[in-house]
Design a protein around this ligand. Structure first.
Ligand code: ZN
Length: 285
């Protein structure tokens, strides 16, 4: 079996070690999983959380591993190594069309009609530009090239894109500011998902909502396809959430989670969840 990480990076990367992002237990407290590699060990912690215990430093993410490059590399690798199963997977994509697909701008528009919206990992800002007029679009993007394109686009709507790591950028934003935050295919890449959710809670207005879309490690496809599952991207994907571990992390930060999850079909590779910063009952009284 070919190592899933081969071909994803050309040069050695500067890395840092990680404890469990959910309970902070050291890596040794978890068991090694065969889905990882010698360069990128994957572990399941005693608390149930699955993660890579090494992560590239943020500087690598801003250039060498920027999404637009790594996505292309990963697609090429998949095509090379899994030509048959890839074709099979593509040919059965009809299954996801059996149900209405979720769309981040529509979800946000259905939850709030005014205020500032923040998209973390906004790429060129395409989703934000689809928001209705009453919502001002802001994005955070770690890739310099994508962030500059987003900033230019969002300026037309009175917003902007902040270029840099999400956590550092969020720390500079005002408390209780945003009506909604989108984390679409982002949290699985984040080396510090817990502190990011802490900051999201702080900068959200009371009643504000975070929409999260991440790969579902409990997806049936992961069991069927094993190491060829599309949710495995080493070292891009650092965190492998299940409904249970995502709920655990979010509620530990103060969020209320809508159950059942909005979109968590066993046949879907991804899941969506709506996290709410419930207004403080004392403040609301
Ligand atoms: Zn843990």
């Amino acid at each position: 079996m070919t190592n899933p990480s081969e071909g994803t990076t050309a040069a050695p990367l500067e890395v840092h070690s990680r404890n469990c992002p959910s309970c902070n237990a050291p890596p040794e407290a978890g068991r090694l999983l065969s889905y990882g590699s010698s360069a990128w060990p994957m572990r399941q912690c005693v608390c149930g959380f699955t993660y890579l215990d090494k992560a590239p430093v943020y500087a690598e993410l801003s250039s060498n591993l920027a999404w637009e490059k790594s996505f292309k590399q990963e697609s090429e690798r998949r095509l090379r190594e899994h030509r048959v199963s890839q074709k099979l997977s593509k040919s059965t994509r009809w299954r996801v069309r059996l149900f209405k697909r979720l769309n981040m701008p529509e979800l946000i528009a259905s939850s709030c009609s005014s205020g500032d919206v923040l998209d973390i990992g906004c790429a060129t800002g395409g989703h934000l530009m689809k928001l209705p007029d009453g919502l001002r679009p802001f994005g955070i993007e770690i890739s310099q090239a994508l962030g500059e394109a987003a900033a230019a686009a969002l300026a037309q709507r009175g917003g902007t894109a902040y270029i840099g790591p999400a956590l550092d950028t969020m720390k500079k934003l005002e408390t209780n500011r945003f009506s909604a935050i989108a984390m679409r295919s982002y949290l699985e890449h984040e080396a510090h998902p817990g502190p990011v959710l802490d900051e999201a809670f702080r900068i959200l207005a009371p009643g504000g909502i975070v929409f999260v879309k991440v790969p579902n490690y409990n997806s049936v496809n992961r069991y069927i396809r094993g190491r060829a599952w599309c949710g495995f991207r080493l070292p891009d994907h650092l965190n492998y959430f299940t409904p249970a571990t995502l709920t655990q992390m979010a509620t530990s930060k103060g969020f209320a989670i809508e159950k059942p999850f909005m979109w968590c079909l066993p046949t879907s590779d991804n899941m969506w969840v709506r996290m709410v910063k419930k207004p403080d009952t004392a403040a609301a009284a």
